[in-house]
Design a protein. Sequence first.
Length: 157
Amino acid sequence: MGAVYTAFADLDALILAVNARTLDALEAELDAAALPEGSPAERIVALAMVYLGYAAGHRARWTALFEHRMAGGQAAPDWYLARQAGLFRHVEAPLAALRPKLDAEDRVSMARTVFSAVHGMVALGLDQKLGPMPEAVLRRNLQVLVEALATGLRTRD
């Protein structure tokens, strides 16, 4: 184990490096699935389905993104936070179409909120914390949720 610390300062640095590779892989899948055409709701639904697919297909890596806590309550470094923010930018583009009057700061915040709703459904659904939920049912429910969010967001301005 000591050899690992010649490349990484501590366990947090090692975990962040692994998680950064996971973020890069997830972002590549989101990039590949981006729908330049289609309604904003369709684009967000497509992103949610890719997110679910990634989480289901790479459970250990996906779970590690959200379970790690920095030692001593330290904040993650800026380079890592920038990698995380890459996920949210995928949601920001369709949000800009849904809510063109949102300023950049509010759009970033809303993208995180939409991401959180999708993530919560995926996490609880895959872990079956609320009872058995086959992936097909989770997909259908996730689509309903995202479409409802998009409809609500569209009617706000």
